[in-house]
Ligand binder design. Structure first.
Ligand code: FAD
Length: 368
């Protein structure tokens, strides 16, 4: 069990590293730049499986729901070990609609989502105005979910990193690209800085870059970076009480009195710059959620690369031909939500334990 190397220091790599370290496994984590410097530090931090899913439940929804329920005890553990707070807030969400015809779809969502133990209520305009006086009057109804929550993603990453360090994970940052040299038996990795590392077990958690490592194992991993542009508003006091979710965008109220407004989905290769067009799209829509936003300028804009997969499902688990190699990547819009459950199932598979959730739909070799 020695020399377990986790490649990639986003939320997925850090969560797996921490989970394994808690089992007494010696873990080294290798990061090209800084931990959380890519998608993970850019996220809005929503833990919202019910809002994110389309009309019907599938295996991905079940994974996301397990992620939400796993997160509750996980965030407490990370908080306790790191001594760092990251604004885990069980504020609930409002899934809002604008047209009479969509009220029916809210009822359909409520009916099937309640079967998964969610506490849900449909709120109409008067009730909505009581709960969220600043929402647009164009919103004619919303499905309230009491269970959805959020974290402040940049602080969650810092807390994970600190917890890893406290539990003995050795973290190397600023390594440049780490590539795979020797693959048979003990795996050798070489960093651009010249350092070499050997791994008896390798876990690849390199987000939108993981297909580059998969090629070396002859595994086809159709993975694409989808840029998310996002912005935030600062207020003297918090103006919202819930996550506001619509088909075209969302608002997330943070404890630091900011409101995070996301997010675009555009294809721009590996570019993480913010464009006028991308932010303008957010501004055009956000006044339809909360009209007062038209009067204020965002104080911060940024972008990150979501790791998207061809079928929308992440890649999680051990490789058949290389049983000492695991992949955990492709979490697209839900990597924060899925961090705890991904770490849990990777640990279970690595230790030969019964899996909390079946990985059959998420196997890395399903396109090979
Ligand atoms: C704008 C935006 C909003 C989002 N909002 C949410 C949300 O509300 N809720 C939610 O659950 N998710 C959200 N997401 C998605 C979430 O951020 C991602 O799914 C998640 O962060 C992916 O984590 P990761 O660890 O796989 O990838 P990353 O965070 O990208 O980490 C991968 C790491 O691997 C490193 N790396 C790559 N190649 C190498 C190499 N060769 N050697 C060494 N290191 C390497 C990179 O430098 C990087 O640090 C959002 C994403 C964006 C962009």
């Amino acid at each position: 069990m020695k020399q377990t190397v986790v490649l990639g220091g986003g939320v997925i790599g850090l969560s797996i590293a921490l989970k394994l370290a808690l089992e007494g496994i010696e873990v080294t984590l290798l990061e090209k730049q800084t931990c959380g410097g890519q998608a993970s530090g850019a996220a809005a931090g929503m833990l919202a499986p019910f809002s994110e899913i389309g009309e019907d439940p599938d295996d991905f929804f079940e994974l996301c729901l397990a992620g939400l329920r796993e997160f509750k005890s996980w965030q407490q553990l990370v908080n306790d070990i790191s001594g760092m707070d990251f604004d885990y807030s069980e504020v609930g969400s409002l899934h809002c609609v604008y047209h009479e015809a969509d009220l029916l779809s809210l009822e359909t969502r409520k009916a099937w989502q309640e079967k998964y133990g969610a506490e849900m209520t449909i709120l109409y305009q008067d009730q909505l105005a009581e709960q969220e006086p600043l929402l647009s009057k164009d919103i004619i109804g919303a499905l309230y979910n009491s269970e959805e929550a959020h974290v402040y993603a940049p602080d969650y990453v810092k807390a994970l990193e600190q917890a890893c360090i406290k539990k003995g994970v050795i973290i190397f940052e600023e390594l440049g690209d780490v590539s795979l040299a020797e693959l048979e038996g003990t795996i050798t990795l070489v960093a651009e800085t010249g350092q070499t590392f050997s791994a008896q077990t390798l876990i690849v958690a390199t987000g939108a870059w993981a297909h580059l490592q998969a090629d070396r194992f002859h595994v086809k991993l159709p993975l694409y970076p989808i840029r998310g542009q996002i912005c935030a508003y600062q207020f003297e006091e918090q103006r919202l009480n819930h996550i506001i979710y619509t088909s075209q965008g969302y608002l997330v109220p943070k404890a630091n009195r900011t409101i995070v407004n996301g997010a675009s989905e555009d294809i721009a290769g590996y570019r993480t710059d913010v464009t006028e067009k991308g932010i303008q799209r957010l501004l055009n829509w956000n006044k339809r959620m909360m009209p007062m936003l038209e009067e204020v300028e965002p104080f911060h804009t940024w972008a990150g690369l979501r790791p998207a997969t061809q079928d929308g499902f992440p890649f999680i688990g051990r490789l058949t031909d290389y049983p000492n190699v695991y992949f955990a990547c492709g979490h697209y819009r839900n990597g924060i939500l899925l961090s705890a459950i991904t770490a849990e199932v990777v640990k279970q598979e690595l230790l030969g334990q019964e899996l909390a959730i079946s990985l059959e739909s998420f196997r890395p070799e399903r396109f090979t």
